[in-house]
Design a binder for this molecule. Structure first.
Ligand code: TXA
Ligand code: MG
Length: 374
């Protein structure tokens, strides 16, 4: 057990004195949880082996899952990467500070503890005043995974970090709720064309526009299957998982939501009848259709606003855990724009426990039943 100090800092008027206090902890080899625009990070001096190893120990993170290094100035990129191709410069100039992580070949300065001995390194410049000042005052790049226990949903509020890491780390900076609520978009720039490793708040369409070319989306980046390839070691572990079991209902088309509502109702009622505590993860458009079911229905927001759906995702998964539900029946979302990010997280959170509804067939079935009934 260590004494964890919680320091409250207002992101709109960040106190230099308080951030310097946290930076001193980083300099001394301690661990500091801090807000970014995506999720909370658990930071250590990226050049301090013992401090970096502590991150893995505290989170219970497999040692072969590498960390992202956070920087506050563009020239730190050259310190960490062996080479910075022009196309990388074009996207970081456009999107940094911001929710974009690039994978590059690492320089000899980067320690193996951070990259899990890979020849590449993940780098990002977060768009958050507290994160940027913390890196600056620490006088070193900061290695940081999300500030959750390994396998749990990433923390989007200081309370989530407190729940997971109180008594395990030196400082938690309370900077309020994070803006995006999902982790950064990761693009492997060592491939040509570049490959998406993890969809995030920055959509692939936006990146492609700036690159003037295609970014490859492998199936695992859609959360479609487990991969043990060393491309992004993180993809092989169960992620973002609530304590409850979860089943995800996906439609072949989301134009008409009635088939989704029907399947979610059917599954939820089945689990209720089994005597389980059931949670329904749904949307503003559908929530009223579950009122009569003895389950906890929580909406992620309106389907027309993917930003809100993404922002509420991890928070809502944790809310189900607090209510100690046994099983969550979750609605799927259209996989377009931020929908790719939302579905990646939902598929992984379900442990790939997915029920697919082919809307074409269902429409035919429904029509047949109708005819029979007549
Ligand atoms: O938004 C974010 O990215 C947050 C905040 C704190 O910055 N960080 C975050 O870190 O989500 P983490 O550790 O939870 O996820 C980092 C992912 C892991 O899936 C890891 O496998 C991948 O980045 N990664 C790190 N270095 C890599 C590398 N050299 N090659 C491929 N994937 C890498
Ligand atoms: Mg994580």
């Amino acid at each position: 057990m260590v004494m964890t100090k919680v320091i409250k800092i207002d992101p709109s008027r960040p106190s230099e004195k308080l951030i310097r206090e946290a930076a001193e902890v980083i300099k001394r080899g301690g661990l500091v949880a801090f807000p970014t625009e995506t999720v909370y990070g658990l930071g250590a001096d990226a050049f301090n082996r013992l401090a970096v190893l502590k991150i893995f120990k505290v989170k219970g993170r497999p040692p072969d899952n590498p960390l992202i290094i956070h920087i506050c100035r563009f020239n730190q990129l050259y310190e960490l990467a062996m080479e910075v191709p022009d196309r990388v410069i074009s996207i970081v100039k456009k999107f940094w500070p911001g929710p974009l992580t690039v994978i590059l070949r690492k320089s000899s300065r980067v320690i193996n503890e951070v990259t899990a001995s890979l020849p590449t390194v993940a780098i990002r410049m977060p768009a958050h005043p507290i994160a940027l000042k913390l890196i600056e005052y620490s006088s070193t790049p900061i290695a940081a995974p999300s500030a959750n226990l390994s396998g749990r949903p990433s923390p989007t509020t200081p309370q989530h970090v407190i729940n997971d890491l109180m008594g395990l780390i030196d400082v938690i900076i309370d900077g309020g709720e994070t803006l995006f609520g999902v982790e950064s978009t990761i693009i492997d720039m060592t491939h040509d064309p570049p490959r998406l490793l993890r969809p995030g708040p920055l959509t692939i369409e936006e990146v492609e526009r700036v690159l003037g070319g295609e970014v490859v989306i492998p199936p695992f980046a859609r959360g479609l299957m487990e991969s043990d390839k060393a491309l992004s070691p993180g993809v092989k572990y169960r992620h973002y998982a609530p304590k409850a079991r979860m089943v995800l209902v996906e439609l072949s088309s989301y134009e008409d939501l009635r088939p989704l509502i029907m399947k979610v109702r059917e599954l939820a009622l089945m689990y209720v009848n089994e005597g389980l505590r059931v949670g329904i993860l749904c949307s503003d458009e559908t929530i009223s259709h579950y009122k009569d079911i003895r389950a906890l229905s929580l909406s992620l927001g309106p389907r027309s606003n993917q930003f809100i759906i993404a922002k509420n995702l991890f928070k809502t998964l944790r809310a189900f855990d607090e209510e100690e539900v046994d099983i969550i029946v979750a609605e799927g979302f259209e996989e377009r724009g931020l929908g790719l990010t939302i579905m990646n997280r939902l598929r992984k959170a379900s442990g790939y426990n997915i029920v697919k509804v082919d809307v074409g067939n269902l429409a035919i079935c429904t029509r047949r039943n109708h005819i029979q009934a007549q």
